[in-house]
Design a protein around this ligand. Structure first.
Ligand SMILES: [Fe+2]
Ligand SMILES: [Fe+2]
Length: 356
């Protein structure tokens, strides 16, 4: 017997019926035989038939019950079941299909009919299996391509951040650290992974608009003139204009546009207030101030972490969103572990003069 032939399990308590079916189907299939439902399940422990020809009226477990049990078990669900029975009443036929059979042949049957139906269901099963294999392959390809695109996307965003920061070595890494702090706050607030991804991308790009700010303004020691400040304050809008061209699945351009807005309306550039500011922008705002104050700048030394914490705490509900500040404070230990150490005590510089 060719063991590549499909395997047919015949389940019937009548030896004459079994011999008849074996005779009709011989030459094209391999066979297994079980005289009742219990024996059929024993057989299935060691064999994987393609089709089961199942009698209905058998002692102990009837065919309907056997079929229902097969279809409720993940191991056997894909085995096609064809009832072969003397029960020809329409309600039995309907029940046969209800419990999951693909066909229902009534006795007395014609040999050609049994042969044709078994062949048809075998072909359908093969087609179904081929389709499943193809689907799995396509799903795998989509997964790989998606991962590849995500990798390219992350690298592109990282490259854009680097491009903006490369003009000014003193703020190198600023956007990466802001993204990191902001993600810690977002996760602490229990935000979903998709929103955390938006926060990460916005953090990495929040100061991209500084690409148009003269480097001399970004790191020149000493106070800036009012006009120079006004120039620095254009960076959220420039960032917005650069990023609005990119079809991100999140409002990245808007978040970047709003990262210097403050909840009391004292921020810039549009003096947005409270609920008019996106949550992601409120989170970036806190992370930005924390990172900027605790890092060294040419126009002032790094401030102690406590000073940054105090500034943020004392402006809870004034400049910064209350919930964001509360979560920031509960995560601040975690954030401090990633913060570069302060190199000296603070100078006269303070929050409104931050150029980040
Ligand atoms: Fe910044
Ligand atoms: Fe900024």
């Amino acid at each position: 017997m060719n063991n590549t032939y499909p395997l047919v399990l015949i389940v019937d308590d009548n030896p004459i019926n079994i011999d008849l079916l074996l005779d009709i189907l011989k030459g094209e299939y391999q066979f297994g035989v079980a005289k009742n439902g219990a024996r059929a399940f024993e057989y299935l422990e060691t064999h994987q038939p393609d089709i089961i020809l199942l009698d209905v009226m058998m002692p102990e477990i009837d065919g309907f019950e056997v079929c229902a049990k097969l279809k409720s078990d993940g191991r056997y669900r894909d085995i096609e079941v064809i009832f072969i029975t003397a029960l020809s009443d329409a309600r039995y036929i309907a029940k046969g299909f209800d419990v999951g059979a693909v066909d229902y042949i009534t006795k007395p049957f014609k040999a050609a009919e049994v042969k044709a139906r078994v062949q048809t269901h075998m072909s359908l099963k093969k087609m179904k299996e081929a389709l499943n294999r193809q689907n799995l392959m396509l799903e795998e390809q989509v997964r790989n391509k998606t991962a590849q695109l995500h990798e390219m996307f992350t690298a592109t965003v990282g490259g854009m951040a680097l491009m903006a920061e490369s003009r000014d070595p003193y703020t190198a890494g600023h956007q990466h650290r802001v993204a990191e702090y902001a993600c810690i706050i977002g996760k602490g607030m229990g935000l979903p992974p998709d929103q955390i991804e938006a926060i990460k991308i916005s953090g990495l790009l929040h100061d991209i608009g500084k690409i148009r700010t003269p480097v001399s303004l970004l790191n020149r020691p000493g106070k800036l003139l009012k006009a120079e400040w006004e120039l620095i304050k254009t960076h959220p809008e420039i960032g917005f204009k650069i990023l609005e061209q990119i079809p991100f699945p999140w409002p990245i351009a808007q978040i970047v546009y709003q990262h210097h807005e403050r909840v009391d309306g004292s921020g810039y550039p549009r003096k947005l207030k409270g609920s008019g500011i996106l949550l992601e922008a409120k989170i970036i705002a806190v992370a930005d101030v924390m990172e900027a104050m605790s890092s060294h700048r040419p126009y002032r030394a790094a401030l102690p972490v406590e000073r940054a914490l105090n500034t943020i705490t004392s402006n809870r509900g004034i400049l910064f969103d209350e919930t964001v500040v509360d979560c920031f404070l509960s995560c601040s230990e975690c954030i401090q572990k990633t913060t570069p150490p302060a190199s000296s005590a603070g100078d006269k510089d303070h929050l409104p003069n931050n150029r980040d």
